[in-house]
Write a protein that binds this ligand. Sequence first.
Ligand SMILES: *Cc1c(COP(=O)(O)O)cnc(C)c1O
Length: 316
Amino acid sequence: MQIGRLNLHLAIRAEATDTLRLYPDPQASALRDALATYHQVRPEQVFVGNGSDEVLAHAFAALLKHDAPLLFPDITYSFYPVYCRLFGIDWEAVPLDQAMQIRVADYDRPAGALILPNPNAPTGVALSRAEIAALLEQHPDAPVVIDEAYAEFAPGVSVVKLIREYPQLFVARTFSKVAGLASLRLGAVIANRDSLNTLRRATAPFPVNLAALVAAVAAVNDRKTMNGYLRDIARTRKWFEKELHALGVATYPSQCNFLLTSFGPAGPALFERLTRDGVMLRDRAKDIGPGVARISVGTQPEMERLIRKIKRYWKR
Ligand SMILES: *Cc1c(COP(=O)(O)O)cnc(C)c1O
């Protein structure tokens, strides 16, 4: 899937002329304006960079290092501990509960800062907006980064609009997942204007290259393709979940374009056969347990093929 493939090509081609000699707009104004409209905030509340991973690196370096530890879930985006080691940040991993949920009450402890994806990855499980607000109330003086890489897939959970009430809130966004633009490397942080100054001080003068700038603006404005994609993913995920349940496979309630599944003791043998047949599952034996895998939701025909293969290879 890619948002407005044709529009992207045309937008890049139109700009790829003489202007390639020049440095891009240091303010990335066209993109920040488009993102501000998309998120219903002001352009001063939008900070952009080369992928969410880069803006998160700036956040770790400039915001998340304190005497008290940084808190994040024990099962979560694998880059958080990597950045902690890189930037010398002390952290504490807070366990998820049995249902793979983040329990807000468990975060009510001394913390220098917090970061968590919502919905969480690789579980796909989301906290409600009220639960995130409760976290922010617990930590009025600690920076709280909510990584919304998958927020479009989970209607109603984004906390972007809470930046007005909570100056300590930083919301990280990306177009890698929802718009199929991973190769462009485009990420953003939405926060209160004064809070963003800390991040701005940490960055180089030209945050985003010209091709990414123009293509992203075209993508952000193509809501029709994005909404169609989101509807397809939700429908296919529901269908795929039902098929798995009919086979007796456990799933966690995902609001993303992937599903965390538990095949039990027969899982590892199944994953091996699927891998030999060219199907790549994200085996989570190492961090979650044997027989647990994260499966990406593709197109309906792709998922139908996958179910046929699972039925063929799975012997309980
Ligand atoms: C994919 C992902 C990112 C990184 O996104 P990029 O914009 O491609 O760097 C960050 N956080 C989470 C939770 C992700 O899943």
